[in-house]
Design a protein around this ligand. Structure first.
Ligand code: ATP
Ligand code: MG
Length: 389
């Protein structure tokens, strides 16, 4: 190598810890980085031990690449770096070049050496390069809280030098784990719940229940927009759009009034479970939050979940509303969620929903209904769409 190479160096999060699954996780991460940067001018993506890097060309739009890598689950942090030969003179020059991108009054050099054949150890390199940068910058060397930290990684695939780390979202690469089905409304909570489960490497399919023609199409459109936004992490997903009016009408006519919401939710879970079976998914996901609304008392959550053997993941169970709103803003779903819409349930909600649903009562009232046939019919009328990023 005669000239330093410009690249983006990516450090993984838990990916590196996964023992013999490591290869699969790394391949998934590389594939996801590739898809995230599609249509963007970059050089090859390479893998070296414990890291991957994206080579840049003079035309590469670094700002766009930086923004997009912030979406890729599994990335712990990433940096614009220079790669040079394992040669102390080249390392000095690269460190000085990286340092000069900012102004600083104090700095330190932080070296990690995995290539043990390199004749200098980490302390030697810190001292040598530190003296080089100090002489040219006249800045102070400071070990704690310096203005600038210049990182040097000496590996068997060359030395990487960079002065700034951008945080990635962490988690696990989407597609590296199994599948789940997320019940998504156009509210604030369920998109955040979906995000959190995707961040654990899970691939989601979505189910949305709408009450057309009693509501307009806004909830469906909002949901599609929300999923499209979330697909910056997963690229594409199926949305099962379920016409829920017949079931709601039936429950209104036959169910105990205070139990209506519980009965709607049970029907939703049964349909979501049928979708999960079709999708070969193993869990359901909701945005439920303990105590937030009447259907979310512990007793009612139990009465709702009784209808399915599938685990229901509720990643927001213990969050405060303001914490959820903050997360929604951070991941970019908040603005879409607060668009006006009519919720399937608000139209059919009773005045005095129970907070203490008893399973005996539920089983009795459901036994008098004809839900099985209605659920089959509803599934047959469900529309499946593929939503892409
Ligand atoms: P959200 O903000 O997600 O709507 P919420 O706090 O308004 O949640 P509920 O409306 O009681 O609470 O819904 C609880 C959960 O049930 C939602 O997070 C979602 O997972 C699911 N859910 C509710 N309504 C629908 C719907 N129309 N379609 C799909 N899932 C729904
Ligand atoms: Mg809601």
């Amino acid at each position: 190598m005669t000239q330093a190479e410009n690249l983006i160096l990516i450090h993984y999060h838990e990916v590196g810890l996964k023992g013999k699954n490591r290869g699969r996780f790394e391949n998934q991460l590389i594939s996801n980085v590739n898809k995230t940067l599609k249509n963007i001018e970059i050089g090859p993506i390479r893998r070296i031990s414990g890291r991957i890097y994206v080579e840049l060309t003079p035309e590469s739009p670094v700002g766009v690449i930086r923004e997009r890598l912030g979406w890729v689950f599994g990335i712990a942090n990433y940096s614009e770096a220079l790669r040079v030969d394992n040669d102390i003179e080249q390392i000095r020059q690269a460190a000085w070049a990286a340092a000069q991108k900012t102004t600083f009054g104090s700095f330190k050099i932080a070296t990690r050496r995995s290539d043990k054949t390199f004749p200098f150890n980490s302390d030697d390199i810190n001292r040598d390069v530190g003296a080089y940068v100090q002489e040219r910058s006249q800045a102070d060397v400071r070990m704690t809280d310096p203005d600038l930290t210049c990182f040097i990684e000496v590996t068997t695939s060359g030395t990487f030098v960079y002065a700034e780390k951008f945080p990635g979202p962490g988690g696990l690469p989407v597609g590296s784990n199994e599948k789940a089905v997320s019940l998504i409304s156009s509210g604030i909570d369920s998109p955040v719940a979906s995000y959190k489960i995707m961040k654990r490497g899970v691939t989601l399919s979505f189910v949305h229940f709408h009450s057309q023609p009693y509501t307009n199409r806004n909830s469906e459109r909002n949901v599609e927009e929300l999923i499209k936004h979330l697909m910056r992490h997963q690229f594409k997903a199926k949305l099962y759009s379920v016409p829920f009016v017949e079931i709601q009408r039936h429950i209104m006519q036959h169910g105990i009034e205070g139990y209506r919401v519980i009965l709607y939710r049970r029907a939703m879970l049964r349909i979501a479970e049928a979708v999960a079976r079709r999708e070969r998914a193993h869990c359901l996901v909701t945005g439920d939050n303990v105590g937030q609304v009447a259907s979310q008392t512990l007793m009612n959550l139990k009465a709702i979940e009784d209808v399915t053997l599938y685990p229901v993941l509720r990643p927001l169970a213990g969050d405060n509303k303001d914490e959820i709103v903050e997360q929604a803003k951070k991941i970019g779903t908040y603005e879409i969620s607060i668009e006006p819409y009519e919720d399937a349930c608000t139209v059919f909600i009773p005045k005095h929903p129970t907070t203490r649903a008893k399973l005996d009562d539920i089983h009795k009232t459901e036994a008098e209904m004809d839900l099985d046939a209605l659920i089959d019919q509803t599934l047959a009328q469900t529309v499946v769409k593929v939503i892409e990023w």
